[in-house]
Write a protein that binds this ligand. Structure first.
Ligand code: TYM
Length: 327
């Protein structure tokens, strides 16, 4: 069977980059797979998280999954920290991962910035991610472009383990969209849109008020050429806005270029903001209804139980393959 798994870290405001690369895919693809959509809270703490904020954001991400359209009766939705098997398999896999291959992870290099006072968890982060995926024998992992290298490492670790011990893990495929897999900052099209960017104008949070969303798009950088044309080489900022428009409206890039032919950026930016607002408003409404509800607790509790059942089977198989005494 086809098994889909993915997650979004509760380490900042879930923004339209994460929506585009990940969450919109969860919603669109959920009916074709057995799905596990989790909240990687253990991954979030590789850099300091204020405990109150971690707590709130973990609920926020879960509520946003549901509000965006992930069906909790179909998909298993859970918090990573509530399924102990993740941490345990991660340790087993850490003994299989090479220091050198982890040193080559570009996300580690970017985030550590060469400092040796970063947490060692930041370094072993991709191994925990491999454990997340392999525990459920996931076949498909919908992610943005920046997670591609981590998926390759996951496949390498799975193949290495299967070869050294016994066939235990399924090798997963990344599912990366052609457009919308790498949304850039509204302030600078050479930087990925990121929830850890301290400049809040660089991203649109899924929970931003409509007035804030409109303001952020009106201030988004463009260029002096004044034509709405999709050309990443010559016009990266405008191309990025066109991609966002396409993700939120469902219109093709071509159709958007045609619609604004011969016009400047004014109307284009206004209507882009409206496309985003009209998608996010109903999501925000549902989010507010469920984020503090017992219904959400129930979904997460039930999800953790269902997840642990599956995870335990794989963990036991891995431990047996390695020679641990199990009963
Ligand atoms: P995270 O939390 O940084 O991002 C969540 C997902 O959103 C995608 N994404 C983007 N896509 C397009 N444009 C952007 N600007 C953008 N920003 C983020 C990311 O590629 C990702 O798919 N390590 C993961 C979380 C994780 C995970 C996993 C994912 C932990 N275990 C297992 C899949 C499977 C991460 O940090 O994503």
């Amino acid at each position: 069977s086809k098994i889909m798994l993915s997650g979004i870290k509760p380490s900042g405001d879930l923004n339209i980059g994460g929506y585009s690369g990940a969450l919109s895919q969860f919603v669109a693809l959920q009916h074709d797979y057995d799905c596990y959509f989790f909240i990687p809270d253990l991954h979030a703490i590789t850099v300091y998280q204020d405990p109150k904020e971690l707590h709130q954001r973990s609920r926020d991400v879960a509520a946003l999954y549901v509000a965006a359209g992930v069906d909790p009766n179909k998909a298993v939705i859970f918090l990573q920290s509530q399924v102990r098997q993740h941490a345990e398999l991660s340790w087993l896999l850490e003994t299989q991962a090479h220091f050198g291959e982890l040193s080559r992870m570009t996300q580690f290099k970017d985030k550590s910035g060469g400092k040796d006072t970063v947490s060692s968890g930041l370094f072993t982060y991709p191994v925990l991610m491999a454990a997340d995926i392999l525990l459920y024998q996931a076949t498909h992992v919908p992610v943005g472009d920046d997670q591609k290298q981590h998926l390759e490492l996951t496949r390498d670790l799975a193949a290495r383990f299967n070869h050294k011990y016994a066939p235990t893990f399924t090798l997963p495929e990344p599912v990366i969209q052609e457009s919308g897999a790498r949304i850039m900052g509204l302030d600078d099209p050479s930087n990925k849109m990121s929830k850890s960017n301290p400049n809040q104008g660089s991203y649109v949070s899924l929970l931003d008020e409509p007035s804030v969303i409109r303001k952020k798009f009106s201030r988004a950088v463009t260029d002096s050429d004044m034509s709405v044309r999709y050309d990443w080489e010559a016009k990266p900022a405008v191309s990025n806005l066109i991609e966002i428009y396409s993700v939120f409206s469902g219109d093709s890039i071509d159709a958007i270029e045609k619609r604004y032919e011969g016009q400047g950026y004014g109307t284009f930016k206004k209507e882009l903001a409206e496309a985003v607002v009209s998608k996010l408003e109903p999501i925000q409404k549902t989010y507010h209804e469920i984020v503090h509800s017992e219904e959400l607790d129930r979904i997460l509790k039930n999800g953790a139980e269902r997840a642990a059942e599956k995870a335990e089977q794989t963990l036991l198989a891995a431990k047996r393959a390695m020679g641990f005494v199990t009963f």
